[in-house]
Ligand binder design. Structure first.
Ligand SMILES: *Cc1c(COP(=O)(O)O)cnc(C)c1O
Length: 458
């Protein structure tokens, strides 16, 4: 289906086509062209809508800053994964850390998703949202005795183990509960994911996983432990990968291992390829889920194992926006600053990963780039840090009180938010068709210090 069919009245924009114009003054992002790539968003009579709900109405009703997610956009990507791999026995384990709101988890659990978790807290969320522990894989480089005990008691599907020391700890806990622990080893295949260094995890120097060349030995050690049940093999090489080659390179290395384990009498039930598929935030051209499946399927079919995936970002990133209001316009001799009511505590990706995220207006300007009053703006928060920016040098026509939407904010947005500067965290809203619901209320300021006490010892 072409994009023009999805959004009647909008010019057809093809996948690889740029939605930006770089001028000497700054970057212009065409809001119509951008939203043509974002299934949940469109302009109707120049006003921005998510599904069938006006963004202006949402900002008015819930206030800003506010995260808004599209139920349909979440389900569509989940469905694309399960459809693309339908010829294989597979399980999509949504990576909870990308967006852990109960409503998001509940929608995915109902659709049949499993989950990838990295803490006891995330497991508790999954269970509270109606997910099944048996369909959960427990990742993460440092699990505590308490985490392991809780997960085993709940009937976790699999621990993805990252070291020998973790393996013996899991065996210990399993023994004390007299309950065998299902495990896979997270293998570090030493491939370059070609992504930002902070979200690259499959290189020798990273803290993650067990070195590819040591994996067979560790599997043999695992096989000798009394309360370890070896069920799979796992890797996760990084996040926001836009090419398929690193996935294929990692898979080849894992397959080699599966064969050598078979020769040693160790039979696995599943192979877990982790998450990491990238999304189009502005002009990126990530491999599609279809192309991803096409590249991997022939190799996977030959293996005869159940395939697990742990996608996070690709499922929720483009299902979400962060709504913010322009509070202050501060033109200076060298730069113009638009100070908005969202800040790095709400959305840290630009500051932490140098991520470029699109900022689009709630009301479309009449003549786009040529609009009178279009100027380069840095969109910044009110926090006392120079790193507190959401976007830099963007050509926009702004007035105080304008509502802006930061797109691609559904993943690693709210979950990475903090209370820095004693700022309450934003509210979250789910939209489905013409309905909307508050799925997390804005924190109160009192709640931020409710658990603190004055010093009273003297
Ligand atoms: C973060 C993470 C994921 C999800 O990665 P995305 O890039 O969001 O798909 C999956 N598995 C593990 C082990 C992770 O740490």
């Amino acid at each position: 289906m072409s994009h023009s069919e999805q959004h009647a009245g909008v010019t057809d924009f093809t996948i690889g086509e740029s939605v930006t114009t770089q001028t000497e003054q700054g970057l212009y992002i065409d809001p119509n062209a951008l939203t043509a790539h974002l299934p949940a968003l469109h302009y109707r009579d120049d006003a921005l809508y998510m599904e069938q709900v006006s963004v202006a109405a949402l900002a008015k009703h819930y206030g800003t800053p506010c995260y808004v997610y599209s139920k349909q956009a979440i389900l569509d990507v989940y469905q694309a994964y399960t459809d693309s791999f339908s010829s294989l026995k597979h399980q999509v384990c949504y990576a909870v850390k990308a967006n852990s709101n109960l409503a998001v988890l509940g929608i995915l659990a109902q659709a049949g998703a499993g989950f990838d978790i990295v803490s006891r807290g995330e497991l508790m969320r999954v269970l509270a949202a109606g997910g099944e522990a048996a369909r959960v894989v427990f990742s993460g480089v440092g699990k505590t005795r308490g985490d392991i005990k809780y997960a085993l008691t709940q009937g976790i599907g699999c621990f993805n183990v990252e070291s020998i020391s973790e393996l013996t700890l899991i065996n210990d806990v399993a023994k004390s509960l007299d309950k065998p622990a299902p495990i896979s080893l997270r293998v570090n295949p030493d491939v370059d994911a070609n992504t930002h260094p902070y979200i690259s995890t499959g290189l020798k120097d990273n803290k993650f996983g067990i070195a590819h060349e040591d994996a067979a030995t560790v599997y043999q050690q695992a096989a000798e432990l009394s309360h370890i049940d070896i069920v799979g093999i796992d890797c996760h090489i990084g996040s926001q990968l836009t090419e398929v080659e690193p996935f294929v390179a990692a898979l080849d290395k894992i397959i080699e291992l599966v064969h050598s384990l078979r020769d040693k009498g160790i039979e696995l039930r599943h192979i877990d390829l982790g998450g990491g598929l990238g999304v189009r935030y502005i002009d990126e051209t990530p491999v599609s889920i279809d192309e991803f499946a096409e590249a991997l399927l022939p190799k996977l079919s030959a293996l005869g194992l159940t395939v697990f995936f742990e996608p996070g970002r690709s499922i929720v990133a483009n299902a979400g926006i962060l709504l913010t209001t322009v509070d202050v316009l501060k033109p200076t001799e060298h730069k113009n600053f638009a100070i908005v009511d969202a800040a790095m505590n709400d959305l840290i990706r630009p500051a932490l990963y140098q991520a470029e995220m699109a900022v689009i207006p709630e009301m479309l300007p009449q003549n786009g780039l040529d609009t009178d009053g279009t100027q380069p703006w840095d969109i910044v928060g009110a926090i006392c840090e120079t790193g507190d920016f959401l976007a830099k040098d963007r050509l926009l026509s702004l007035a105080t009180g304008d509502v802006l939407a930061i797109t691609g904010a559904g993943a690693y947005g709210f979950t990475m938010s903090s209370n820095y500067n004693s700022r309450p965290r934003a509210s979250e809203v789910m939209v489905a068709d013409d309905r909307h619901q508050l799925i997390r209320k804005r924190e109160t300021i009192e709640a931020l210090y409710a658990d603190e006490t004055l010093w009273q010892a003297e």
